[in-house]
Ligand binder design. Structure first.
Ligand code: GMT
Length: 379
């Protein structure tokens, strides 16, 4: 089967899921074509079954805004024609599902067609997709897709609540390849903390929904009671708030390490004691699952789909969105009790194994087969 994957190339969760899915399919012999504005961050282009097609936006002085969506739909149309793709898979409704619909219309003009799968990831539904500028285009794109999947039950419920959806939505949860988290022999905690210190970690694109200020406040509360260090991985608009926090709390400067974007994320997660995720919205919380796969328990808010991933009192603790005090107290409780911490590290890994790639990939394969079969029977 030849699959066209349309996704954001950046470090955001939707791009990571699309890339990991495409690479796993390629390893199983599928021919996978990525169409995006840049090479996706984690894509292994050396795999002979993987192709990358960069969307080129021809700039023109008349355009106040360069028309990426038009260039994208034209590129989808050309790749489908050139490589005879069987199926398209859009990750994130806008612009990917929307542009794929336009490409399908172009193909139809020539008596051709191709089935479209759209995977909803979160902010396309709960945040940006809600805005009147995009809402109807998102709803239209979902209803025009042949198959629609969502990464959690919570996101499916939100989609049905906020939009007039005429399609069945299949929940296919995000996944993790636990084999990439084999025991880390060269992980050295001493790079980041002294022997008597615990390591807290936060990984995100530092956007406002991640509530980075709360990560910092939780750390401040915890650090007053438990010797500790905080590692922050990622880059984004809330970076300024971190600098401001350090200016206001200079005593914490040596205790907070900002690493930006890193390549050896899994190695650093493996030497951490607790992952903080106080998000305002989170359709799934892939970052929390990555932490759990690295034996790291999670202290989080109960936003969106997080409770489907982080289980209260088992793999970590959850509190209401914004309840910094509760999240701080939970973290102190966890880090002050070696027995509890050791048990939760084991539980976190066991939970990650439930979301293993081996369990989720066959569900995607079955979904592609079914979509193709239903599509052909409509011919
Ligand atoms: O969370 C982000 O800021 C990135 C965002 C994205 O669209 O790339 O992530 C969303 O998709 C991920 C993969 O399915 C989910 O794990 C995240 O929870 C979801 N983010 C939100 O809903 C805020």
């Amino acid at each position: 089967m030849k699959i066209g994957i349309l996704c954001y190339p950046t470090y955001g969760g939707s791009g990571i899921v699309a890339t990991e899915l495409g690479m796993s399919l390629a390893n199983k012999g599928f021919e996978v074509h990525f169409i995006s504005s840049a090479l996706p961050a984690r894509l292994d282009i050396t795999n002979p079954n993987i192709f990358f097609h960069k969307v080129n936006v021809q700039t023109y002085p008349l355009f106040e805004y360069q028309p990426y969506d038009i260039a994208l739909s034209s590129m989808i149309y050309r790749v489908v024609n050139l490589y005879k793709l069987d199926i398209l898979h859009a990750h994130y409704a806008i612009p990917y599902a929307y542009a794929a619909f336009m490409a399908k219309q172009m193909l139809k003009e020539e008596g051709k067609d191709i089935p479209l799968v759209t995977t909803l990831h979160g902010t396309d539904i709960t945040l940006v997709g809600q805005h009147p500028s995009y809402k109807h285009a998102v709803e239209f794109s979902i209803n025009q897709s042949d198959t629609v999947t969502s990464v959690s039950e919570s996101l499916k419920a939100d989609t049905l609540k906020f939009f007039n959806i005429k399609k069945e939505i299949q929940v296919i949860t995000n996944f993790i390849d636990n084999s990439e988290f084999d025991d880390c022999h060269d992980c050295s905690r001493s790079q980041f903390a002294n022997e008597d210190e615990k390591i807290l970690i936060h990984v995100s694109n530092l956007r406002p929904v991640k509530r980075v200020s709360e990560v910092l406040q939780i750390f401040k509360n915890v650090n007053a009671r438990v010797k500790s260090k905080l590692i922050i991985i990622g880059e984004g608009p809330e970076m300024e708030k971190i600098t401001q926090f350090l200016e206001e709390n200079p005593e914490l400067i040596g205790k907070i390490r900002l690493l930006g974007k890193v390549n050896d994320l899994y190695r650093i997660l493996q030497l951490s004691d607790v992952f903080l995720l106080p998000s305002e919205q989170e359709s799934f919380g892939l970052a929390a699952l990555e932490a759990m796969a690295a034996n790291t328990p999670v202290i989080s808010s109960n936003a969106g789909g997080i409770p489907e991933v982080n289980i209260q009192g088992e793999t970590g603790f959850l509190a209401e969105i914004g309840n910094v005090e509760a999240m701080s107290n939970y973290t102190i409780k966890l880090l002050s009790d070696e027995k509890l911490l050791a048990q939760m590290k084991i539980n976190a890994k066991q939970q990650a194994i439930k979301f293993d790639l081996k369990n989720i990939l066959p569900i995607y394969e079955e979904m592609y087969e079914r979509t193709l079969k239903n599509f052909k029977s409509l011919d």
